[in-house]
Design a protein around this ligand. Structure first.
Ligand SMILES: Cc1ncc(COP(=O)(O)O)c(C=O)c1O
Length: 394
């Protein structure tokens, strides 16, 4: 039988409440606003938008992003330090191509975004984890790793971290620790790749300014994405880095031959921002996702507070749930599937083991009723898991 070819990446399964993928609520995708913006572009600037675009990205989007960022970051973003990208994954992939050789060392804050790990592994890098506490990457650990490597005469190519409403945990590195990490990086001439996919999605108060703003034109490469604040299908984001690195990127064959990343989409998003729709949209996302976060936490407090622990996510998409010590979340996945709920097992977010009794729950995708039911199903799955394990130990 011929099955229809899929249009979207995630395999939604009937009967399963999906708490696994880092997806937005599909009802919040801004189709109407994007349609309005696309119309403006096609009526007003069709030829600019439909030609090969400037390699660094179109001036109209660079200008809009600059205006969007500046009040939040408290510094003037020089346009020559910005490149429009095809999203964070594309930017990270490009940086791996440009900055690494197989066997090179890359430091990674753990736990971390599981698919960044997957991408880094494709470049056959020697990934060295640096552990986090509730305030992010542990400075003493980072110093120790850097000293060990220096003694061995090995220079890490970069440090990858997600400092704001991190994925999978939702910790945010406070300003003092941001400064300490940047100072260390300067001392050891270590590049930092700061993946800041969630910084605009804060639910209590805005996060500290980026690590990039602490050393513009220096050691930090700052990656941003429209995936979480607009729509992942746009494949659009931006990168801030030293003017020298931005120039090197813009002169890569892929941009010289093909023009800037996703040029037409970049025009549409610029028009969306110019119409003032991004501010409105992000305000709506914050309100809705805050509500979902509260509903998930309420459900966890009712059904799982005696066995599980978590800290309240202050932003982003996820809640990082600590299961009882004896529970292996890799094994819990299949029992949860039978109960009709999915989650991301914690081990996928670590480099060399760890996170066995953690799972990542997405609170932005499922509607409120499903979130509550999902937690009930998780509770049942845990009950069956423990019954199963204890019957094996008898
Ligand atoms: C931390 C982090 N970085 C990057 C991405 C992907 O970004 P993009 O869609 O721009 O490639 C995600 C998506 O889940 C993420 O959580």
């Amino acid at each position: 039988m011929n099955r229809p070819l899929p249009d979207v990446q995630y395999n939604f399964r009937p009967g399963i409440i999906e708490l696994k993928a880092g997806y937005p609520d599909v009802t919040l995708l801004p189709a109407e606003g994007l349609s309005q913006a696309a119309q403006v572009v096609l009526e007003r600037e069709a030829f600019q938008a439909l030609l090969y675009g400037a390699q660094q990205g179109p001036g109209c989007l660079i200008t809009q992003v600059k205006q969007w960022m500046e009040p939040r970051e408290n510094y003037a973003v020089p346009p020559e330090q910005m490149l429009i990208t095809g999203g964070t994954s594309q930017a990270l992939d490009m940086l791996c191509q440009m900055l690494t050789q197989p066997g090179d060392i890359v430091l990674v804050q753990t736990p971390t975004y599981n698919l960044a790990l997957r991408l880094l592994r494709e470049y056959h890098l020697d990934l060295i984890p640096v552990q986090s506490d509730e305030e992010g990457i542990i400075i003493e650990e980072l110093v120790e790793r850097l000293r060990e490597l220096e003694q061995q005469g090995r220079q890490p190519r970069f440090l990858y971290l997600v400092p704001t409403f991190s994925n999978p945990g939702t910790l945010t590195v406070p300003l003092e620790r941001r400064k300490a990490v940047v100072e260390l990086a300067q001392r050891y001439t270590l590049r930092i790749i700061e993946d800041d996919a969630y910084c605009d999605l804060w639910y209590e108060s805005p996060p500290p300014s980026s690590m990039y703003s602490l050393d513009p034109d220096g050691v930090v490469i700052h990656l941003r994405s429209f995936s979480k604040i607009l729509a992942p299908g746009l494949r659009l984001g931006w990168m801030l880095a030293s003017s020298e690195l931005i120039q090197q990127c813009a002169m890569r064959g892929v941009f010289v031959s093909g023009g800037g990343a996703n040029h037409f989409t970049a025009h549409v998003v610029a028009a969306f921002m110019e119409l003032g729709l991004l501010d409105q949209h992000v305000d709506t996302l914050r309100a809705r996702y805050r509500e979902r976060r509260d509903i998930l936490e309420q459900a966890l407090s009712t059904d799982l507070a005696e066995t599980c622990q978590w800290s309240s996510p202050q932003g982003g998409f996820f809640l990082w749930l600590q299961l009882p010590e004896s529970v292996k979340s890799d094994a819990l996945v299949s029992i949860a599937k039978l109960e009709g709920v999915s989650f991301l097992p914690g081990t996928l977010c670590f480099v060399n083991g760890g996170g066995e009794n953690f799972c990542r729950l997405t609170f932005t995708m499922a509607p409120p009723d499903e979130l509550k039911e999902g937690v009930r199903r998780l509770q049942k799955a845990l009950y069956h898991y423990r019954k199963h394990v204890s019957s094996h130990h008898r």
